[in-house]
Design a protein around this ligand. Structure first.
Ligand SMILES: [Fe+2]
Length: 354
């Protein structure tokens, strides 16, 4: 890259993380040879992707660098689709055959949670339908991913906890989903161990570079693991973001224990190896005891991070239940859950946490 377009959100511009990138690119140069699009919304919309691509063309750029949380990374990733084909209808993304000429992409996460930096997909809300579209293609992958813990030390404790809980949920749900993928399973278990050991440290001492670095790696591992699939907790969480504006990681955290209890009741012993990855001595426990101890451990772990509350304490209204259930049924994640999930199960689960 000689003339990169940097894609981010407005909140990042004042941070040390953005300054570090600007310094590395040569902010003070008179004839700047890098350009900026900083308009990405918290849940990226089609307009963000189109504007970023328009900037790319206008400044004659030759690559994209996205820096920030999952939203700028997803928007920057997808903007490359429109750099040569500005009129492309994103809703018809899957009709296109050839994506081989996308501009190179560098992903720099400033949170340790979504793992979007190592993903092949981008979640964008489309203009026409207001629904989230998942654009998915191996060519969307970043050429480089820079995991620099110094860029995450400014993340406040609440966001550190919530994004870390997203990574933990990725590891737990991908390990327990029934598809055959032992490599993802191994990565998920090691990711859980790293999160259990390091998230509390990063939460209490944001400047601890070792813990921040291990959380960045664990988040990337969670996202690699969930190339296998996810489960019911993500189906409960997605509508809480689209309908109630809740942070994705927080939504997962508030639903995780209920989801685990539900799965364990149908598939005893499901969480034994996760408990062992957490350091519990449950090798010889009965299936029921192993699940119980693991779920109690995760519940206590989330409490210690300030992440065990009811949904209503975060503004969710009981009268939103029907709409939440309707969207959760449509969400694909529960179709790969450890055990089958019905509409009624989703309603019961929401009622347990609302
Ligand atoms: Fe997630």
């Amino acid at each position: 890259m000689r003339r990169p377009l940097v894609v981010t959100d407005p909140g990042l511009l004042g941070t040390g993380a953005f300054q570090a990138l600007a310094n590395a690119l040569g902010e003070s140069k008179k004839d700047k040879d890098w350009f900026l699009y900083a308009g990405v919304h918290p849940n990226p919309v089609e307009q963000d992707v189109r504007e970023a691509a328009a900037h790319y063309r206008e400044y004659n750029c030759d690559g994209v660098i996205a820096i920030g949380g999952g939203s700028p990374l997803d928007a920057g990733k997808a903007a490359r689709l429109l750099t040569k084909r500005p009129d492309l209808n994103l809703a018809r993304f899957y009709d296109e055959r050839d994506w081989s000429s996308l501009p190179p992409f560098i992903a720099i996460p400033t949170t340790a949670g979504t793992g979007s930096e190592v993903g092949r997909s981008s979640v964008i809300t489309l203009e026409g339908t207001h629904r989230k579209a998942v654009l998915f293609h191996p060519e969307l992958l970043a050429k480089w991913v820079i995991l620099d813990p110094e860029l995450t030390i400014g993340l406040p404790p609440k966001l550190t906890a919530a994004t870390g809980a997203d990574a933990l949920t990725h590891c737990i749900e991908s390990f327990t989903c029934p598809a055959f993928h032992p490599m993802c399973d191994g990565i998920a278990l090691e990711g859980i161990k790293l999160i259990i050991e390091n998230l509390p440290v990063a939460y209490k001492d944001g400047k601890n570079i070792d813990a921040r670095g291990k959380m960045l790696v664990a988040a990337a591992m969670g996202a690699v693991a969930f190339q296998k699939d996810l489960g019911v907790v993500h189906s409960l969480a997605h509508p809480l973001s689209t309908l109630c504006g809740m942070h994705h990681g927080l939504a997962n955290a508030l639903c995780l224990v209920a989801g685990m209890n539900f799965c364990a009741s149908r598939k005893p012993g499901l969480y034994r190896r996760i408990g062992i990855a957490c350091g519990l001595d449950i090798m010889k426990a009965s299936d029921a005891e192993a699940d119980q101890e693991t779920i109690a451990f995760i519940s206590e772990f989330l409490s210690s991070l300030g992440l065990r509350a009811r949904l209503r304490e975060h503004g969710v209204q009981p009268q939103q239940l029907d709409a939440l259930v309707a969207q959760a049924v449509d969400d694909p994640c529960h179709k790969t859950n450890a055990v089958p999930v019905t509409e009624n199960d989703l309603r019961t689960l929401y009622l347990q946490v609302i």
